[in-house]
Design a protein around this ligand. Structure first.
Ligand SMILES: [Cu+2]
Length: 170
C-alpha cells in the first residue's frame, strides 16, 4: 500500500481547508443577523415577570454619558419589578439583565456583530428618546448585574446591579 508523503498530506489538508472555508463563512454570515437567543428564564438571575404581578415600579434612565441612573437598585427576594426605562440620550441604549459571565459573552458577540438584533425577556433596547418596560421577578438573593451591551457602552462603564435581599424565613 502506498503511503502518503508528508507533502501530499499537507496538500490534501490544504485542499480540504480551502473547500471547507467558504461554506463555513457562508454559515457564519447567515448567523450574523439571526436574533440572539438564550435562556431567558435563567434561575440564577430570576425569570420574566407577569406585568400584573409587579408590586413596584422602578424608573431607570439611560444617558449618552454611558450611565444608568440609578445604577444600583434594591429589591426583595421574590419581588416582581416593573422597570420603566427611559433613553434620554440620542444613541441607542439597552438594559440587559444577566450574570456577569453572560453579559460579557453577550457583549463580545455584539462587538463582533454590531448589527446583531437581539431581543429577549431579560432586556429592553431603546433608540434615543424612547421609553420601554421590562418586568422581571427576582427569585434568588444576591446580585443581578445589568448592562448596556451596545458596542463600546459596557466598556465605558454602562453597567449596574440589582441587589436582591434575602426573604425573611418564618
Ligand atoms: Cu448604552
Amino acid at each position: 500500500m502506498k503511503r502518503l508523503t508528508p507533502t501530499t498530506r499537507l496538500l490534501a489538508a490544504t485542499l480540504l481547508a480551502t473547500a471547507t472555508l467558504p461554506s463555513l463563512a457562508a454559515g457564519m454570515q447567515g448567523m450574523e443577523h439571526a436574533p440572539h437567543r438564550h435562556e431567558a428564564g435563567d434561575a440564577a438571575i430570576g425569570r420574566p415577570g407577569k406585568p400584573g404581578a409587579a408590586a413596584r415600579t422602578v424608573k431607570v434612565d439611560m444617558t449618552d454619558g454611558m450611565r444608568f441612573s440609578p445604577a444600583s437598585v434594591q429589591v426583595k427576594q421574590g419581588e416582581t419589578i416593573r422597570f420603566v426605562v427611559t433613553n434620554s440620550g440620542k444613541l441607542r441604549h439597552e438594559l440587559v439583565l444577566g450574570s456577569a459571565d453572560d453579559l460579557k459573552a453577550h457583549y463580545a458577540a455584539m462587538l463582533k456583530n454590531p448589527d446583531m438584533e437581539h431581543a429577549d425577556a431579560n432586556q429592553v433596547t431603546l433608540d434615543g428618546g424612547q421609553r420601554g418596560e421590562l418586568v422581571w421577578q427576582f427569585d434568588r438573593a444576591g446580585a443581578v448585574p445589568f448592562g448596556c451591551l451596545q458596542p463600546g457602552h459596557y466598556d465605558a462603564g454602562m453597567k449596574g446591579s440589582v441587589t436582591v435581599a434575602a426573604a425573611r424565613q418564618h
